[in-house]
Design a protein around this ligand. Structure first.
Ligand code: NAP
Length: 262
C-alpha cells in the first residue's frame, strides 16, 4: 500500500500497459481514474476489456476505480476530465500520461493525416494532460507527473518515423515540466519501455513477424520481453515517497535490450 489515499489518473488506462498501471496502483491503495478513448474512435481490438470492465474488476478486488472517456488530443475533453477528477475526489496526486498509438507504416507511406494523429495523441495529448494537471497540482504544492515514453525516444524505427519523434518529444516535455513545476514540489519523470506485447504491436509481433519478436528476445540479456506489470512497477516507484527527490529522470525498462550492440 505505497500509494494509500492518493488519487491517480491514468490516460489510456484500460488496456495493455495502462491497464497494468491502473490495476497495480489500485493494489497500492490509490483511487484510480481510468481514462479511455470514447467509442467512436476506439482502436480497441475485439475481446479487449472495456474501461468499465477493468474498473469493475478492480472494485470487485477491493480497490477503488472509476472511468472517464476523453480523447487526450482534445483540449476541451482533457479540461473536463481534470474537472471530473477534482469534483469527484477533491484533488489529483498522480497523472500518468500513458495513452498512445503506433500505426506501423513504411516511411514513404506515412500520410500527413497519420503523422498529425500520432503527434496529436502521443505528444500534444501528453502536453494537454500535463498542463491541465499542473494547474490543479500547483496550488497544493505537491504532485507527480509521469509519462510512458519508449526506448523509441532514443532509437529510430524504420516503420515508426511518426512515432519515435513523439516519444523523443515526450522526454523533452517531461524535462521541461520538471523545470517548470519543481518549485511547487511536483516531480516529472518518464519510463521508457522496450518491446512489450500489447494491442499496439500484437499484429506485427505475433502475426506478421514472429521472427522479429524472437530477435528482440534473443538480444535481451534477460531473454524475455518486458511485461506490462514491469512498467507498472516503475510507475509505482516514481509515484511513491521513495522517489521524492527524483525529477527529470528517464528509466529504461527493457531487460538490457537497448544496450546490446550485437
Ligand atoms: P495499447 O494496448 O494499444 O493501449 C493504448 C491505450 O491508449 C489504450 O488504452 C487506448 O484507449 C489509449 N488511447 C489511444 N488513443 C487515445 C486517445 N486519443 N485518447 C485517450 N486514450 C487513447 O498499447 P500499450 O502498449 O499499452 O501502449 C501504452 C503506452 O506505452 C503508449 O504510450 C505506447 O507508446 C507506450 N509504449 C508501448 C510499448 C510496447 O511495446 N507496447 C513500448 C514502449 C512504449 P482505448 O482502449 O480506449 O482505445
Amino acid at each position: 500500500m505505497r500509494l494509500k489515499e492518493k488519487v491517480t489518473l491514468v490516460t489510456g488506462g484500460s488496456r495493455g500497459i495502462g491497464r497494468a498501471i491502473s490495476e497495480r496502483f489500485a493494489i497500492e491503495g490509490s483511487q484510480v481514474v481510468i481514462n479511455y478513448l470514447p467509442d467512436a474512435d476506439s482502436s480497441s481490438t475485439a475481446g479487449s476489456p472495456s474501461a468499465e470492465d477493468v474498473a469493475q474488476s478492480i472494485v470487485a478486488s477491493g480497490g477503488m476505480a472509476s472511468c472517464y472517456p476523453a480523447d487526450v488530443s482534445d483540449s476541451k475533453a482533457v479540461g473536463q476530465m481534470i474537472d471530473y477528477v477534482i469534483e469527484s475526489y477533491g484533488r489529483l496526486d498522480v497523472l500518468i500520461c500513458n495513452a498512445g498509438i503506433c500505426p506501423f507504416s513504411r516511411f514513404t507511406e506515412i500520410t500527413e493525416e497519420q503523422w498529425d494523429r500520432v503527434n496529436d495523441v502521443n505528444l500534444k495529448g501528453a502536453f494537454l494532460c500535463a498542463q491541465a494537471a499542473a494547474k490543479v497540482m500547483i496550488p497544493r504544492k505537491t504532485g507527480r507527473i509521469l509519462f510512458t515514453s519508449s526506448v523509441s525516444s532514443i532509437f529510430g524505427g524504420s516503420l515508426q518515423a511518426h512515432y519515435c519523434p513523439t516519444k523523443g518529444g515526450i522526454n523533452q516535455l517531461m524535462k521541461s515540466v520538471a523545470l517548470a513545476v519543481g518549485e511547487y514540489g511536483i516531480t516529472s519523470n518518464a519510463v521508457l519501455p522496450g518491446t512489450v506485447v500489447t494491442d499496439i504491436n500484437y499484429q506485427q509481433l505475433e502475426i506478421d513477424s514472429p521472427d522479429l519478436k524472437q530477435y528482440f528476445i534473443d538480444r535481451t540479456p534477460l531473454r524475455r520481453l518486458a511485461e506490462p506489470k514491469d512498467i507498472a512497477s516503475a510507475m509505482v516507484f516514481f509515484a511513491s515517497e521513495d522517489a521524492a527527490m527524483i525529477s527529470g529522470a528517464t528509466l529504461v525498462i527493457d531487460g538490457g535490450m537497448s544496450i546490446n550492440l550485437q
